[in-house]
Ligand binder design. Structure first.
Ligand SMILES: Nc1nc2c(ncn2[C@@H]2O[C@H](COP(=O)(O)OP(=O)(O)OP(=O)(O)O)[C@@H](O)[C@H]2O)c(=O)[nH]1
Ligand SMILES: [Mg+2]
Length: 357
């Protein structure tokens, strides 16, 4: 028997984890079993902890994207199958990753087709982000975002609630200039628009059949290397009635004051204490809060997981993230008990397989 696997790609902050959790909720609600796979260049992921806090089975592929850690992806998928026999595996590649058709989808289809049924590649595109800045293939970031769109079989035009309805036809036309045959589904996690269409595509028996799209690995690698990639975990003790929301907002405020909105691809944090848990995201200058558990007030043993993907040198980013935490914990006078963090620029992608035929 094969397990259906659905890849949800798309640029940093496009809404992949939010959609993945929504789909998992809908699918489990209708009696299906679901396993999730998250992915990152580093370790200590907000996305994994958030998805686990929602009660889902989550496997992680760490220290490299699915293409470079293909064997880990395979082990993770097989582990979910062995332990939970999911009807669906939903997998979220790193947001700066592309060439998934050649390096992930094609190898799974051609080498492991007796184990996995690979759904058409879904790629999320942030409608608000697209309206603000169409991918300019002459820039490194634009080249990467354009390739992500070009290799998609289904484009999820996400966050439709952030643009005027009248702008949507223009955005769909823009997407078609990069990828004429792709199916485009307009989606909003806020209004629920498009959820049924996406679920229909996930549940259908339709398989990926797209051919890989040419790519210049020098430009792709240079686009990824523009980013500083910070993952940190801080542990401390919060006094009673500490305002977690205020701590999170101060961190985001400090980071925002040091970088332009266009450079802040995605900063996300999860702050959990014995009393509450709070997730906050900063994408393109917009802060979003997802209450995870309890009220805004935390207390007791607390853990802060902080992930930032910013156009920056790693040294500068690391310094700013540490300073942000120090400043935010200064007002309630909390001592950072312990922390570990890493910050780097992603290395050149070196895929395990690359099937271009
Ligand atoms: N307004 C609006 N916000 C959304 C929507 N979908 C996601 N978001 C918000 O966008 C932010 C980023 O969403 P994520 O799901 O974490 O994005 P992602 O693509 O997984 O990001 P990376 O893992 O960093 O690549 C979060 O604050 C979400 O709440 C949407 O449809 N509308
Ligand atoms: Mg994510």
């Amino acid at each position: 028997m094969t397990t259906r696997i659905v890849f949800l790609g798309g640029f940093l902050g496009a809404g992949k984890t939010t959609l993945m959790n929504r789909l998992a909720t809908e699918l489990t609600g209708s009696g299906s079993t679901v396993g999730l796979i998250t992915n990152d260049q580093g370790e200590a992921l907000v996305d994994t902890q958030f998805s686990r806090s929602r009660g889902f089975q989550v496997a992680e592929v760490l220290k490299g994207c699915f293409c470079c850690q293909f064997n880990d992806l395979l082990l993770s998928a097989r582990g979910l199958v062995a332990d939970h026999a999911p009807d669906f595996i939903l997998a979220e590649p790193v947001g700066s990753c592309t060439d998934l058709q050649a390096t992930v989808v094609a190898p799974l289809r051609s080498i492991y087709g007796d184990e996995f049924e690979v759904a058409p590649l879904m790629v999320l595109v942030d409608a608000g982000g697209l309206l603000e800045a169409a991918p300019d293939p002459e820039t490194l970031n634009g080249y990467l975002r354009k390739h992500q769109i070009a290799e998609a079989e289904i484009i999820v035009l996400s966050k439709s609630d952030t643009v005027q309805a009248g702008d949507l036809p223009r955005l769909r036309d823009l997407i078609r200039t990069f990828n004429p045959p792709a199916e485009i589904i307009t989606y909003s996690a806020v209004s629920g628009e498009g959820t049924k269409q996406i679920l229909d595509a996930v549940r259908s028996a339709r398989r990926s059949e797209h051919a890989p799209v040419d790519i210049d690995y020098d430009r792709y690698a240079a686009a990824e290397a523009e980013l500083g990639w910070y993952n940190g975990t801080f542990r401390f003790v919060l006094p009673p009635q500490t305002d977690s929301y205020s701590i999170a907002l101060k961190i985001m405020g400090y980071v925002s004051s040091h970088y332009g909105d266009g450079d802040l691809a995605h900063v996300k944090l999860l702050l959990t204490s014995e009393k509450n848990a709070l997730k906050m995201n900063l994408v393109n200058g917009n802060v979003n809060v997802d209450g995870v558990k309890g009220s805004r007030y935390g207390e007791g043993e607390a853990t802060l997981t902080l992930n930032a993907r910013v156009v920056s040198s790693p040294d500068k980013l690391s310094e700013i993230m540490r300073a942000a935490v120090k400043l935010a914990l200064g007002a309630p006078a909390v001592d950072v008990g312990s922390f570990e963090d890493t910050c780097f620029s992603p290395g050149r992608p070196n895929p395990t397989h690359r099937i271009t035929g």
